[in-house]
Write a protein that binds this ligand. Sequence first.
Ligand code: ADP
Length: 451
Amino acid sequence: MFNKILIANRGEVAVRIIRACRELGIRTVAVFSKADRESLHVRLADQAICVGDSASQESYLNIPAIISAAEITDVEAIHPGYGFLAENSHFAEVCQSCQITFIGPRPEAIRLMGDKAEALKLMKKNGIPTVPGSDGIIKDSDEALKVARRVKYPVIVKAAGGGGGKGMRTAHNDGHLVSAFMTAQAEAEKAFSNPAVYIEKYIEEPRHVEVQILADNYGATVHLGERDCTIQRNHQKLIEEAPSPILGGKLRRRIGEVALKCARLAHYNNAGTIEFLVDKDRNFYFMEMNTRIQVEHPVTELVTGIDIVKEQIRIASGERLRFRQENIRFHGWAIECRINAEDPDKGFTPSPGYIKTYRPPGGPRVRLDTHIYPNYLVPPFYDSMIAKLIVHGNDRQEAINIMKRALDEFEIGPVKTTIPLHQKIFRNPAFLRGQVSTHFIETFFSNGNKI
Ligand code: ADP
């Protein structure tokens, strides 16, 4: 096992990883930008090093500065968290060449899955169900038109190097498609320095269901069941739950088996997530694999009792998986609400600033993963998620009841947050019945719901 780990991240996930390290008896090094001097991860780590200016490019994405920090502090491994450098295969390679263990999969798997069009090709070739679409990258608008007419409108143009819902455009006819193709390309170039896009048939009213994978360095692979992340805004997840309300025993087993097959095809090691879209007829299609810890991992932890971050560290240090598929048991129902510093009534514009009122929820079966505290200044430079509220009940109804009361206890001000939006969603009949699609939030607002 490692003696010392550097955490190349900030915010709640840096705090989450420090906690796992503490429990494993591993010393920690935090890195921080000038804007994050007062951040909780800096206070909780054994050592902390400033790696640059406020902008992510200068600090959390600054590979030479992070590697220097790792070398100065003599760490054996780096945990990248999610976002920033977590899915950067070059960073994983640099770590390797500096004899620092990257806590994640091998660089080859990151690179393969990072090219979503290539990953789809591999899956399709091996009989994994995928959404009908182009066979790889689309070169020009003529080819785009040909594919769209073949799979039939509506279609979705997606960035091959994409993530976080960026570089995606839907089109309902030829006219739309050409502009969707060009804007998706431009957005992808800007966001990911890679203009490559591909096309899929647009699945109407889908659900997003994903499966958590753990694989050691010796080929043992298990899944930890599914998460349902259908409640999204602009393709960004807002509420996640485990298990999924729409899977029955047979479909659950099947999706788990398919996810395991996907991970094996990628020769995957460490923690990863296979994302699927599920259509109205309960057909499921491989969408992509995320080669890192996910924001929503706690719901899986609560229903399985497995600490995924600790498992990532154990696997990276060369340990074998300590359980087989048949040892993994599922208990009850977990739900997570993402609390973002945004104003839902003003188009979800970011709401940075000082947190003056901070009254966190507590009590039985409530978990709060956050880096905020009273008088914390939410900086304007990074992702607006400031907390994750996660609850665990014996069944879905109990989890909903716990979440409602936890949301009612939770007070943050004067920065605006998504708490009032969640309170409303948890009173919405369609949500309570579990009958939703990825369009839920859109419909919710167009039905005149105000917070
Ligand atoms: P990202 O990597 O940017 O998160 P994904 O491929 O995971 O992109 O897609 C994000 C979300 O976009 C999905 O959860 C789903 O809501 C929507 N989406 C993606 N592909 C399709 C599709 N073919 N049909 C309908 N919705 C889609």
